[in-house]
Design a protein. Structure first.
Length: 410
C-alpha cells in the first residue's frame, strides 16, 4: 500500500567520507508502509475483534485435499521438485484449462507452478517488463501490483473504475494505452470491487492489447468464486489472446488454504520462458507435497467447484443482508470473498481509515479501508468486509455492528 508509514527510505552517507550517498532500503519498496492486511489483522488481534479484514477462510479447505498433502510429506520425496513444477500438477492445470474453458494447453511448455499467485505476478513483472515499459493498471488495485511493477522498472498508467457499478471507462482505458504499453494487469473477479468484467469489456480490452501489440497479465485467483450463475471467462479465450495473455490461478483460493501459496501460470511458451527466468531466481520451486495435493484438488469433480461458489454466495448474501440492516449501503458483489459497503448512512463522519479503526476498537469487527487499494486515494467512505467465515461468526459480526450503529437488530 502506498502509505508512508514505517518509511525505510532513510538516506545515509557512507562512513568513508567518499561523498557517496546510499539509501538503506530500495527507494521504491522502502517508501511503502506495511500492507493494510497485516496492519488491520494486527489491530483485530489486539482488540479481540472479528477479523473481516484480510481475506482468508476461517475453515481450512477439504480434508481429502489436506490429507494428500500430509501423505505426500511422509511418503516423500521432499527434495527440490522440478523448477517448472511437478509434472502431475502441470498436467492437472492443463486439464483444468481444458475442462473449464476449452483451452488446449501443452503442460510441458505452457504451465509453470509458483509459490502463490503473488510469486506468479512478481515473476511476470520481473520477467517481462523492461525499464521504461508502460503498464496499464486498474484502480482500485490489489496491493502487490503497483510496488512490483514499479520495482521491475515499469511506468504505471492508472485507470479507475468507480463505485457503485465499477464500469470500465472505455475511453479512459484506451487513452492509457500507447506505443510503449507492454502489459495490462487484469484482475477478474476483482479484488476489492467484487466485479466480474463482462465479455464485452474483455473484448474491448483484447482489442486494445492486439492494437497496441501488448500483453495481459490476468490475475484470475477468484475464478471459482463467482456468483449468481455467472461463468468465469479468461481473457485468454478471446480472439488473439492465446499468445498474449498470461493466466494466473491460486490453489489457496480454489481450495480454501490461503497459507499454502501454490500458484500456477498458463501462457504460450514464448511468453512463459522469460517469466520462468524470474521464477528460477526468485523461488526456483514450490513445496512438492502441496503441489501433489493441488493436483489432486484440481481434478475433483464439478460438484466441488460448484459447491464452493454456492457456499460463498450464501455467505455473501448473509453478510450483505446484515450490513444493510445495520445501516450500510452495500455495493453489488459478483465474485471474490469481499463486499464493499458505504458507511456514510450509519452516520459515521470520518474517513475510511478512521472508520475501520473505529469499528475494530468500538464494535469489535474489523474491515479494511478501500482507499488502501489506490496509489493516491482521496478520503474514502467505503470499507471492505470479507465473508468467507462461518455463518455464526458472520452473524455475530452483524449483531455487533447492528448494536453499535443501532440498526434493525439492535
Ligand atoms: N491476487 C489477488 C487479487 C488476491 O486477492 C490475492 C490474495 N490472496 C493474490 C493475488 C495472491 O494469491 P496467493 O495467496 O496465491 O499468492
Ligand atoms: N488477498 C488477501 C486480501 O485481499 C490478502 C493477502 C495478504 O494478506 N497478502 O485480503
Amino acid at each position: 500500500m502506498p502509505r508512508r508509514l514505517n518509511s525505510l527510505a532513510v538516506r545515509r552517507h557512507d562512513g568513508g567520507g567518499t561523498g557517496v550517498v546510499k539509501t538503506l532500503a530500495n527507494s521504491i519498496l522502502g517508501d511503502y508502509g506495511t500492507t493494510v492486511f497485516t496492519v488491520m489483522s494486527a489491530l483485530a488481534a489486539e482488540h479481540g475483534a472479528i477479523n473481516l479484514g484480510q481475506g482468508f477462510p476461517d475453515r481450512d479447505g477439504p480434508e481429502d485435499i489436506r490429507a494428500k498433502a500430509a501423505e505426500a510429506i511422509i511418503e516423500g520425496p521432499n527434495q527440490y521438485p522440478p523448477m517448472m513444477g511437478l509434472p502431475e500438477l502441470r498436467q492437472a492445470v492443463a486439464e483444468h484449462n481444458k475442462r473449464f474453458h476449452g483451452l488446449d494447453v501443452d503442460w510441458r511448455r505452457e504451465v509453470m507452478i509458483t509459490s502463490g499467485a503473488t510469486e506468479a505476478l512478481a515473476d511476470c513483472f520481473l520477467g517481462l517488463i523492461e525499464p521504461g515499459d508502460e503498464v496499464v493498471l486498474i484502480e482500485p488495485l490489489y496491493d502487490c501490483y503497483l510496488p512490483m511493477v514499479r520495482r521491475a522498472g515499469g511506468v504505471p498508467k492508472l485507470v479507475r473504475i468507480e463505485p457503485p457499478d465499477w464500469r470500465l471507462p472505455r475511453a479512459g482505458l484506451e487513452a492509457a494505452f500507447s506505443r510503449r504499453t507492454k502489459l495490462i494487469v487484469l484482475n477478474s473477479p476483482h479484488n476489492p470491487a467484487g466485479k466480474v468484467f463482462s465479455e464485452e469489456d474483455l473484448s474491448f480490452i483484447a482489442g486494445l492489447v492486439r492494437r497496441f501489440d501488448a500483453y495481459a497479465v490476468c490475475d484470475e485467483v477468484y475464478e471459482h468464486l463467482i456468483f449468481d450463475r455467472r461463468r468465469h471467462v479468461p481473457l485468454m479465450v478471446l480472439p488473439g489472446m492465446r499468445d498474449r495473455a498470461l493466466r494466473i490461478g491460486s490453489a489457496g483460493k480454489t481450495f480454501s488454504v490461503t497459507g499454502w501459496k501454490v500458484g500456477y501460470v498458463t501462457a504460450a511458451a514464448e511468453l512463459l520462458t522469460p517469466v520462468a527466468k524470474a521464477h528460477q531466481f526468485v523461488t526456483f520451486a514450490t513445496p512438492p507435497n502441496l503441489q501433489k495435493a493441488a493436483a489432486y484438488g484440481l481434478r475433483r469433480e464439478d460438484a466441488y467447484f460448484e459447491g464452493l461458489a454456492a457456499v460463498l454466495q450464501s455467505k455473501r448474501d448473509r453478510l450483505r443482508g446484515g450490513l444493510a440492516a445495520a445501516g450500510f449501503k452495500v455495493l453489488p458483489c459478483e465474485g471474490t470473498y469481499f463486499l464493499i459497503a458505504d458507511f456514510r448512512p450509519t452516520g459515521f463522519n470520518g474517513d475510511d481509515d478512521a472508520f475501520c479503526r473505529h469499528i475494530t476498537i468500538e464494535a469489535g469487527v474489523t474491515a479494511v479501508p478501500v482507499s488502501a487499494f489506490y496509489q493516491n486515494a482521496d478520503a474514502g467512505h467505503f470499507a471492505r468486509f470479507c465473508f468467507c467465515k462461518d455463518d455464526g461468526i458472520l452473524d455475530e459480526a452483524i449483531d455487533r455492528l447492528q448494536r453499535h450503529f443501532g440498526g434493525a437488530g439492535a
